[in-house]
Design a protein around this ligand. Structure first.
Ligand code: 6R9
Length: 628
């Protein structure tokens, strides 16, 4: 088919998992566990589902009418019940569920019993507004505990939540409310960001002018004195909950009942409402959290995401709570009030599992190793990364400054997959920059356009069998759902390109849409960017393809320089020579432009198509997810 993906970087060091960690891990032999899981995936998922509580059992584990899946057919359950009631009935009743730290230094603790009470009160308050199973609720809150409480309260009643990240503007919020036809919006007066007060309620006011489905607005008031609200449509959160009983029976829902809609940006056009359901999503997030992070009752688990993104849904809220974990969650940025913020929190609360992003690591790298060295990080045992390929440079830095021994779980997955799909487990030997291998029960592969496995080499990342936490559809747009499954025959196409090495390790190389084609060679953006960042003068890089008369496309790189470096022709030549040495002639950028910032999504991913559109003077399409 002549359209293979070239992979240029071939060498890597292999890091064996620490022996003591492996000896106590849930999974100690990945190869055997994986082989067994994949020999009969339904049997595997059946056995995992039995670790959770169901109100009535399933008749069938999976009903698969390509590409429509139903998991745990006929069963009834409730994910919020499994997150709360299951623990409140046990010794975990007074275990801390959530430690929350505000950006102003506030601190709030919720035991499982306290979280349970507040979620029940909130559920009763939702009921009092007449909301019924299937109704949609938009949650537009900063990273405060009420965000989690509201999500779980919706789930408890079978309402569908749509969490919209609080950094979105009024038009972006409006289109998400309109698409979901939400009856209620829950917001706050303000959020805080690097010491600044960010008004949120005015954004909601502006957005809902054109949202006739919204009946009420509930407001968490953080500022004193509280802003005025206009009754009866605007309700104060505290008043709303005040008279509600702390008991509310969970609604037993069919396993396939929608749990939430989460909007994700398409490369063009309007955002897509990814739909996840109670049963399968519960099983998938539960077991990935448990096995990937080897989550034990003694752990303190810190994931830096915002519940406005899927990482927050799956790995702050549902996965950890399903496991009865103690979660640390902190409002604010990693470098405010200073770049020691996260290291300080790790030391203060004894964090043992720390799950973050490459973009945050690169930001912290800029401030140097002195910051982490100032804190006692000895409580750490497992690290995680998500969101983008983690370049080996950032991987090594993260590994070194946290003690030099803790494995990094580079977890590859998507809003659409709901759960981690390709990832190390603590027993798997690591290669910096590789997400290693598929999770148990997941048949991931790298294929060509016709769906043939490439064996080793580059191609498209796909999933060949359904998995329980997979999205069920795109809200009100089933045709868009089909595109994921009919691009490459018999596969779910993730839209990422990937290289599989001789040991079966996966190396994700960026989005297929971003691939640069130089003289017939298809080159992933991640490889060139990673090579640039491995030069000491570069802290961040983004690569795009530009039309070229003879080569088809040429590579243009945008780089942010490290402190103390100045742009000069010598430096740019040095960068080119560096890429030449690392990857070869084909990957050398013809143009390098020094910039001070790169366009990123609000969750920290570089938006190459915005750079490209700007470079070529084209329309960038939907930019509602753009940070600035
Ligand atoms: C969880 C999340 C999904 C896209 C995905 C891929 C990129 C995520 C990655 C990774 C390389 C990793 N991605 N994790 N690329 N290595 N460990 O980020 O979901 O916001 O939907 O983005 O992010 O390109 O296709 P989402």
């Amino acid at each position: 088919m002549g359209e293979h993906i070239d992979t240029l970087l071939k060498v890597s060091r292999v890091i064996d998992p620490p022996a003591d960690l492996r000896a106590h891990a849930y999974i100690q032999d990945y190869d055997t566990a994986y082989r067994q899981s994949i020999a009969d995936p339904e049997k595997f998922w059946d056995s995992i589902a039995r670790e959770l509580e169901w109100f009535s059992p399933w008749r069938q584990v999976l009903e698969w009418n390509y590409p429509w899946a139903k998991w745990f057919v006929g069963a009834t359950c409730n994910i919020a019940y499994n997150c709360l009631d299951r623990h409140v009935k046990s010794w975990r009743k007074n275990k801390v569920a959530i430690i929350w730290v505000g950006e102003q230094g506030e601190e709030r603790f919720f035991t499982y019993a306290e979280l349970f009470r507040q979620v029940n009160q909130c559920a009763n308050a939702l009921k009092a507004l007449g909301l019924r199973q299937g109704d949609r609720v938009t949650i537009y809150l900063p990273k405060i505990p009420e965000q989690i409480i509201a999500m779980l309260a919706c789930a408890r009643l079978g309402l569908i939540h749509s969490v919209v990240y609080s950094g979105f503007s009024a038009p972006a919020l409006r289109s998400r409310i309109q698409d979901a036809e939400a009856r209620l919006i829950i917001t706050a007066d303000v959020g805080y960001d690097r010491g600044k007060v960010i008004p949120l309620k005015p954004v909601v006011d502006e957005a809902i002018v054109q949202c006739p489905t919204i009946e009420k607005t509930v407001v968490v008031r953080r500022e004193h004195p509280g802003m005025a609200l206009s009754a009866p449509n605007e309700i104060d959160w505290t008043d709303w909950l005040a008279d509600q009983s702390a008991h509310c029976d969970p609604v037993p829902v069919d396993a396939e009942t929608p749990l939430y809609i989460l909007y994700t940006s398409g490369t063009t056009g309007k955002p897509k409402g990814v739909v996840h359901v109670h049963g399968g999503y519960m099983v998938g997030t539960y077991i990935t959290t448990k096995y990937v992070f080897d989550l034990k009752d003694e752990d303190v688990y810190f994931c830096v995401a915002d519940p406005g993104w899927v990482t927050g849904h799956s790995y702050i809220v549902y996965g950890p709570l399903l496991n009865g974990a103690t979660i640390l969650t902190a409002e604010g940025k990693p470098d405010y009030p200073n770049p020691g913020r996260w290291w300080n929190l790790i030391a203060r609360y004894g964090v043992s599992i720390f799950y973050t992003t490459p973009t945050a690591i690169r930001l912290l790298m800029k401030y140097g190793e002195d910051w982490p060295r100032r804190y006692d990080l000895s409580s750490l045992r497992i690290l995680g990364s998500v969101g983008e390929p983690i370049n080996p440079e950032a991987w090594e830095w993260f590994h070194r400054v946290t003690g030099g021994t803790h494995p990094i779980m580079d977890t590859w997955w998507q809003t659409e997959t709901g759960m981690i799909m390709v990832t190390p487990l603590p027993c798997v030997p690591l290669k910096p920059g590789s997400a290693t291998k598929p999770f148990l029960g997941v048949e991931a592969d790298v294929v060509d356009r016709e769906g043939h496995s490439v064996g080793t080499g580059g191609g498209f990342a796909v999933i060949k069998k359904p998995w329980p936490a997979m999205m069920r559809t795109i809200y009100k747009d089933p045709d868009r759902y089909l595109t994921y499954w009919n691009t490459i025959p018999n596969c779910y196409t993730a839209g990422d390109i990937c290289h599989k090495d001789q040991d079966g390790y996966f190396w994700f190389m960026g989005r297929a849409d971003d691939v640069v084609k130089v003289a017939g060679n298809r080159i992933g953006t991640a490889e060139v960017e990673s090579a640039l960042v491995s030069h000491e003068a570069v802290v961040e890089a983004a690569v795009i393809g530009k039309p070229h008369k003879t080569a088809g496309e040429m590579i243009k790189a945008f780089v942010i320089l490290a402190q103390g470096y100045q742009e000069s022709p010598e430096l740019l030549n040095d960068l080119k020579a560096h890429v030449l040495k690392q990857l070869g002639k084909i990957a050398v950028p013809q143009e390098i432009e020094v910039v001070t910032a790169l366009p990123k999504t609000r969750s920290g991913k570089i938006m190459r198509r915005v750079l490209k559109a700007k470079e070529l003077g084209q329309d960038p399409g939907d930019i509602s997810t753009l940070e600035e």
